[in-house]
Design a protein around this ligand. Structure first.
Ligand SMILES: Nc1ncnc2c1ncn2[C@@H]1O[C@H](COP(=O)(O)OP(=O)(O)O)[C@@H](O)[C@H]1O
Ligand SMILES: Nc1ccn([C@H]2C[C@H](O)[C@@H](COP(=O)(O)OP(=O)(O)O)O2)c(=O)n1
Ligand SMILES: [Mg+2]
Length: 210
């Protein structure tokens, strides 16, 4: 399954099945280090979603030895956003393989191209968009302390990623905000406090979720 060259027939088939699935999708957005992955893990435990991190899928694709691996790796090291075609195919495959119909899509869409292409290809509209709002100082501190051996968690690439976030990702959040879909969370607080706010968004009112 290593290939990422988009095969038209396979793409059509994947789309057909995804449309049949009519999945519930929540986009989880926020700057690098804002805590998207950390909070998604909490939501998965309590609310039955499948967590799909676009960055994790791209890193797995590099490791798998795919023919696009070098291109993806170079783009990630530069803090750049990989062409939508590649990322959307990985997301579609992961959704179909999961056996679930509720997804947290973390770190996607990261630019207007991602957003428009996903909508055009999958016809999926997110139920809402979680936006983790965090200061650059705090995000930088967290990224430098993340210790996951990531090639992009160095100060030079971090600065580039912050610029890409401001220039390309924030406009996507503004787009969804204009549609009333953004649920903004103060992500600069401790993990447990942030999760309290996240939980309140997912938990049906008057019901308890632990
Ligand atoms: N609320 C928080 N307070 C302090 N550290 C956090 C918080 N949320 C996440 N972290 C830590 O910050 C780093 C980045 O978090 P992560 O969830 O990977 O963010 P993202 O996916 O948005 O880049 C990790 O080392 C994580 O343990
Ligand atoms: N939609 C996406 C998501 C991530 N990427 C690439 C570019 C990003 O800088 C890296 C890392 O993304 P990831 O979401 O794992 O990073 P953070 O968790 O926000 O720190 O992956 C992409 O090209 N397109
Ligand atoms: Mg992450």
């Amino acid at each position: 399954m290593g290939t990422v060259v988009v095969d038209a027939a396979a793409k059509k088939e994947a789309n057909g099945s995804l449309a049949d699935l009519n999945p519930t999708v929540v986009f989880v957005l926020g700057g690098p280090g804002s805590g998207k992955g950390t909070q998604c893990a909490n939501v998965v435990q309590h609310f039955g979603y499948t967590h799909l991190s676009a960055g994790d899928l791209l890193r797995a694709e590099i490791k798998s030895g795919s023919e696009n691996g070098t291109m993806i790796s170079n783009m990630i090291k530069e803090g750049k956003i990989v062409p939508s075609e590649v990322t959307i195919k990985l997301l579609q495959q992961a959704m179909l393989e999961s056996g679930n119909d509720k997804f947290l899509i973390d770190g996607f869409p990261r630019n207007e191209e991602n957003r428009a292409a996903f909508e055009a290809v999958t016809k999926i509209e997110p139920s809402f968009v979680l936006f983790f709002d965090c200061s650059e100082e705090e995000m930088e501190r967290r990224l430098l302390g993340r210790n996951q051996g990531r090639e992009d968690d160095n100060i030079e690439t971090i600065r580039k990623r912050f610029n890409v976030f401001l220039e390309s990702s924030l406009p996507v959040i503004e787009y969804y905000n204009s549609k009333g879909k953004v649920r903004k969370i103060d992500a600069g607080r401790p993990v447990e406090e942030v999760y309290e706010s996240v939980k309140a968004i997912f938990a049906p009112k008057n019901e308890k979720a632990d």
